[in-house]
Design a binder for this molecule. Structure first.
Ligand code: ADP
Ligand code: ADP
Length: 224
């Protein structure tokens, strides 16, 4: 059994759009999986369902054994979500921003853990800076720190390098490598094959709401 079990999942929006059709996938603890597909493929819908932000039309999702529909709170607690958009309070200090997110999950302060997270993301020296003073790369790392604040077992990165330059993309790859060493299970979405190849152990290709194939990255290279 995997840390995430997706079984015959489907989603049709009220508009009639079929965003996901019969998607089944087991994600193992500690692995990094990339969901690769063009715009409109259904990647964000899939992540949003697993995170409990969108209700599926059919099928089930379990996170750490918790059904997202009947046991949403326990499932959600295991997940950290790094959104695509950078949304930070400009005048808030980095460390307070991370503390705040932890509080949202009903977790008390754990400054030792928060220090560990900020150090691993090379943000400790910036802990008292206002978020508006940070570079784009640092802001992205703050979003990751916030997503890790409640010690999730699984981290979702939605298009972590959308619209960033090459240097920043490499920086994000290094951050993901660091998280892998920390044992975090990572699911990321991308529309770059190169990025999937660089970061992931396995790649799932999504198009038109269907999971077309899931393969170890090394084997995927033979397909293209
Ligand atoms: P991706 O993340 O791969 O770009 P999405 O999951 O965002 O794909 O979108 C999949 C399909 O569902 C697209 O056709 C998109 O237009 C549609 N869609 C996404 N969100 C909504 C929504 N809230 N209401 C209606 N249709 C949506
Ligand atoms: P609840 O507290 O109602 O159980 P959640 O714990 O899922 O809900 O999240 C509470 C609020 O925090 C939501 O509005 C959600 O959008 C926001 N949130 C969840 N995860 C993050 C995150 N990693 N960074 C910033 N905000 C987040």
């Amino acid at each position: 059994t995997g840390i995430i079990e997706i079984d015959h999942l489907s989603k049709q929006y009220g508009s009639g759009t079929k965003a996901l059709s019969d998607v089944s996938l087991t994600i193992n603890e500690g692995e990094i999986i990339a969901l690769l597909g063009p715009n409109g493929a259904g990647k964000t819908t899939l992540i949003s369902i697993i995170c409990g932000l969108v209700v599926p039309t059919g099928g089930t999702v379990r996170v750490g054994g918790h059904d997202i529909r009947t046991d949403w709170r326990a499932a959600r607690r295991m997940i950290g979500l790094v959104p695509q958009e950078i949304a930070l309070e400009p005048f808030e200090k980095v460390i307070n921003s991370v503390r705040f997110t932890r509080g949202l999950y009903g977790e008390g302060p754990d400054d030792a853990y928060i220090e560990q997270v900020l150090r691993s993301l090379a943000l400790w020296d910036k802990r008292d800076a206002a978020t508006k003073e940070l570079s784009g790369g640092m802001k992205r790392r703050v979003l990751i720190a916030k997503a890790l604040a409640h010690r999730p077992k699984v981290l979702f990165l939605d298009e972590p390098t959308a619209g960033v330059d090459v240097a920043l993309r490499r920086e994000m790859w290094q951050v993901v490598e660091q998280l892998r060493r920390d044992g975090v299970t990572i699911i990321l979405t991308t529309h770059y094959l190169e990025e999937a190849e660089e970061m992931a152990d396995r790649v799932g290709v999504i198009n038109h709401g269907q999971l077309l194939l899931v393969k170890p990255t090394a084997e995927l290279m033979d397909e293209f």
